[in-house]
Design a protein. Structure first.
Length: 248
C-alpha cells in the first residue's frame, strides 16, 4: 500500500514540481495550511503538504516517497528515520501538542479535565461510540490510550472505540455527530466551524506530545527555508495561535 502511494505521488509530481512536498501529522492541518500560505506570501515559494498519521507517513518515506520535510506529532518517528539513515540529523523539536476530550454539537455531555463526564457516559450508555486515532500509527491515539488507562477508564472504553486512521478523522467522527465523544488535538478543536465542547486532558495522564520535524536527505533550499520559517518568531506565534506550546 505504501509503495502504491509513492507511485501516485511520483505521477502527480510533474505539474507541481515547483512545490516542495512536505509530510505532516494530521493534527497540524489547519496550522500548516495557514503557515504555508504565510510562507508563500513572504517568500514567493510554495510547499505542498500531505497529512496523515505520523506512523503512516514514516512508512511512505521508508518506501521512497519524495518528501523533503517531515513534521511528526511525536519524536520517536523522526528518530526512527534518522536511525535508518534517511535524514541528515535527528531534527528539531518545534512544538508541544495537547490532547483534548470532545463532544459533538448539541450533546448533553460536558467534557471536564478529570474525564468524569466520560466515566458517567460510559456507565449510563450515553457514550456508545468513542472516537480515537489509531494508537498504532498516530501519536495522539497512543497518548489517548495512556490517558484512558491512567484514568481507569480503558476497560469500559475499549468496547466502544471507533478508531480513525489519524487524529483528524477521529475529530471528524465527533464533529459530525458520528461518535458520542472522543479525543483529538487542541489544534483541531481550534479549527473554524467547530461547535462542540472540549476540555484539556491533564498532561500527567500521558507522556508529553513533544513534536519534532526533520529535513529528509536531498531536501532543497526551499524546504530548509520553510523549516526555518516555522522556527522563526512568526512561525512560533502562528503555532501558538493553533494551540501549540513551544518546546522546553
Amino acid at each position: 500500500m505504501a509503495r502504491l502511494f509513492v507511485l501516485l505521488l511520483l505521477l502527480v509530481a510533474g505539474p507541481a514540481a515547483a512545490q516542495v512536498p512536505v509530510a505532516a501529522a494530521a493534527s497540524l492541518r489547519y496550522a500548516l495550511d495557514e503557515a504555508a500560505a504565510a510562507f508563500a506570501k513572504a517568500t514567493g515559494q510554495q510547499v505542498r503538504i500531505s497529512y496523515a498519521a505520523s506512523g503512516s507517513l514514516v512508512q511512505q518515506i521508508e518506501a521512497g516517497a519524495p518528501y523533503q520535510l517531515f513534521l511528526s506529532a511525536d519524536e520517536a518517528h523522526v528518530i526512527r528515520l534518522a536511525e535508518r539513515g534517511l535524514t541528515p540529523d535527528r531534527g528539531t523539536a518545534y512544538a508541544v501538542g495537547r490532547l483534548v476530550a470532545i463532544t459533538p454539537p448539541g450533546s448533553p455531555l460536558v467534557p471536564d479535565s478529570g474525564l468524569a463526564f466520560l466515566g458517567r457516559g460510559l456507565a449510563t450508555g450515553q457514550v456508545k461510540r468513542l472516537a480515537i486515532a489509531n494508537p498504532e500509527t498516530a501519536p495522539y491515539g497512543a497518548r489517548t490510550v495512556e490517558a484512558l488507562k491512567a484514568a481507569k477508564l480503558w476497560d469500559a472504553a475499549r468496547p466502544r472505540l471507533v478508531t480513525g486512521e489519524n487524529i483528524a478523522q477521529a475529530f471528524q467522527f465527533v464533529a459530525s455527530g458520528g461518535a458520542d465523544a472522543g479525543f483529538t488535538s487542541l489544534s483541531l478543536v481550534k479549527s473554524p466551524g467547530f461547535k462542540g465542547r472540549y476540555a484539556l486532558v491533564p498532561a500527567h495522564l500521558h507522556q508529553p506530545l513533544v513534536q519534532r520535524m526533520v529535513l529528509l536527505n536531498g531536501a532543497t533550499p526551499t524546504a530548509r527555508r520553510f523549516h526555518d520559517w516555522l522556527l522563526s518568531p512568526e512561525g512560533r506565534r502562528l503555532l501558538a495561535r493553533h494551540g501549540y506550546r513551544p518546546p522546553a
